[in-house]
Write a protein that binds this ligand. Sequence first.
Ligand code: SF4
Length: 372
Amino acid sequence: MLGLYVHIPFCSSICNYCNFNRGLYDEALKTRYVQALRQEIAGAPAGLQADTIFFGGGTPSLLEPAEIASIVQSCRDRFNIAPGAEMTLETNPETVDRAKLERFRAAGVNRISFGVQSFVDEELKRLGRIHSADRARAAVREARAAGFDNVSLDLMMWLPGQSVATWLGNVDALVDAAPDHASLYLLELYPNAPLKDEMARGGWSLAPDDDAAEMYLRAMETLERAGLEQYEISNVARKGMASRHNLKYWMDGEWLAFGCGAHSTRGGVRWKNISGTQDYIQRVTSGVDPVTERRILSATDRLEEALFTGLRLSTGLDIEAVGARYGTDVWAQYGEALEPFLQERWLVRDGPRLRLTREGMLMANEVMAVFV
Ligand code: SF4
């Protein structure tokens, strides 16, 4: 079944490390954007089956619950949405209270993913985030009170000025908040990120690489002890609570994406909508296709992508099944290049399955370079 992704490009303020497709919130623009989104969805092929809807951004929780409900309805009108479909809303803690969360729930959302990033106020300030750690904790409690039984938290690791000890304090705070799912991302500084200048001015440095490795390994151990099992390089979940939508990206699935800059993959074709919010609205409302790039994926592209995304999963992937799907013998093709990683115990081969060890996950880019 398909996943549906809906991009909401508005934020209340812009974080100093952010390289996503987003801009400042503007109410009139948002209203026009929601209309354009509904129009784009209405033009999708009819009757396809989907079992996930993911509102990502940006800050989707800046939309009114009625707007989310209207987009969900557009999806229902066009697609055959499976009973019990997962519907995720990326939410910033400062944008909600219990009443708003209840209305999101009534709109059909059944999974909330909070962008917490840190439980240390000083770290949040350094990132230009506008919520506090207490607001994040309160938002999780409000989501529970509103009836959400699937709550995910995002944390960022290896922040400027962060030590192994402060990071592990964050991990303990995450465990205390008792989410069902969590994503731990390494801060990546793109070349012109304003945070780089602020780091220079503030004298904040990044901990050494060895510390970053320790942060990762110790966090995963702590989370596992707390019942949050790692299922992907950056993701942990209680049993049965893995993100069904994101699994489509890692398990060679298919998805349709709506909104500015959104990427879709279906039937061996990948396409991308125009990035600018205004340009997107202009195109959709005047009946012009918002797609600006379209690429037919070769069998080799698809095979390589299935291999390197599948290896992100803790269970790894069945190389015989993937090989059969793409008409090749994966081991004959890549075995020699992968052998050194098996020797290092970064990779393990268990019958048809190939997976990274946790140490191997730290070196994932080197291993995956074999496939690209
Ligand atoms: S809230 Fe998220 S999308 Fe918006 S600026 Fe900050 S990091 Fe970027």
